[in-house]
Design a protein around this ligand. Structure first.
Ligand code: FAD
Length: 306
């Protein structure tokens, strides 16, 4: 084994930057869990944390409330996801202003999934923005924000081909996107080929890999195809027989994700976005394995141990 591999250097954590994604909680219990997760991950000093956004007004309120609390009770930099599903342009513009009033300067601009569910036919609102590119343009009209957009290493399921898919990414970049965050994937060769395609299309913004720790392999397998990702056979095999053994499942999941990230580091990637599913343990363990350590001044575990 080559001891000089980049991923084995003691200072590897200094070369890696992470961001974390949360979803807004629906119940008090979920809120408690989210907040425990935020507090556990905060000492890892992520570049930003993002909060997702669903269709309909209630989610809008929940996203705003979550962002407000992050701003008030943590040192984290929040990014608000924003979609154009079922909304007029005026409504989206109003939501942008609402986030700006809270102090938000980072956004993840998306089209969003149809409110009837992932995989159902998307119809733009007749008076609304139609896609991610139009959402980026709308945000740019409101201010000089940091704007992330989506990217699909295995192409979006609605795209007829990669050229159409990458053309949409190009439109988002031309309208002012700062970085793209990918849909999750498990095969790093697919990501690398995608980035090559994107660069050949003259797109030079960072394409940040979205890493999904596998909390439940069956759920991930069910969801993947609709999300535009595939679960390789070797990954299913790693979790085989662990359906009723959550502890071993979690150990395997953190090892698999750390291995994926370290391989991407070997390929020159430095930024990673983690889909946390509002759970801290796997992400914390993975970050530890890739050399990211908690700031002792902010770590409750650190002070308890001292
Ligand atoms: P776009 O970038 O507008 O389009 C995606 C692709 O679909 C394009 O590449 C394009 O080729 C194709 N396409 C779009 N319209 C057409 C068309 N009319 N004909 C042919 N092809 C077309 N969803 C949420 O609801 N809330 C969230 O907070 C959220 N966060 C996400 C964060 C990340 C990092 C990612 C990767 C996804 C997220 N999603 C979220 C899921 C996302 O909304 C869905 O994947 C959705 O189906 C597409 O949204 P988009 O912004 O990627 O779309």
């Amino acid at each position: 084994m080559n001891q000089f591999r980049l991923s084995r250097r003691p200072d590897i954590g200094n070369k890696i930057r992470v961001s974390f994604e949360f979803f807004p909680p629906k119940t008090d219990e979920m809120e408690t869990r989210l907040w425990e997760t935020v507090k556990r991950l905060e000492p890892l000093r992520p570049r930003f944390v993002s909060v997702t956004y669903g269709a309909g007004g209630s989610t809008r309120e929940r996203t705003a409330r979550t962002i407000d609390r992050i701003l008030a009770e943590s040192a984290l930099m929040p990014a608000a996801h924003l979609t154009c599903i079922d909304a007029t342009r005026e409504t989206v513009d109003e939501v942008i202003r609402q986030f700006v009033d809270l102090g938000v300067t980072r956004f993840v601009a998306l089209r969003g999934d149809p409110s009837a569910g992932v995989g159902t036919r998307y119809r733009p609102h007749p008076g609304g923005y139609a896609n991610g590119a139009e959402m980026v343009a709308a945000l740019r009209r409101h201010g000089d924000f940091d704007i992330s957009v989506s990217a699909y290493p295995e192409k979006h399921p609605e795209s007829p081909d990669f050229a159409t898919d990458i053309d949409m990414l190009k439109r988002k970049v031309d309208n002012g996107a700062t970085r793209a965050i990918t849909q999750f994937f498990f095969d790093n060769d697919i990501y690398e080929r995608y980035v090559e395609r994107v660069r050949r299309a003259g797109i030079y913004i960072p394409i940040v890999p979205g890493i999904l720790p596998v909390h439940n392999i069956s759920q991930v397998a069910n969801f993947s195809a609709r999300a535009g990702a595939h679960v390789p056979a070797w990954l299913r095999e790693r979790f085989e027989g662990l359906e009723n053994d959550p502890q071993t499942h979690a150990l395997v999941a953190s090892a698999v994700a750390a291995e994926q990230v370290l391989d991407l580091v070997e390929r020159g990637v430095g930024d990673f976005h983690f889909y946390t599913m509002n759970r801290a343990d796997l992400v914390f363990a993975i970050c530890h394995m890739i050399g990211i350590r908690a700031d002792p001044a902010k770590s409750s575990l650190g002070s308890a141990a001292a």
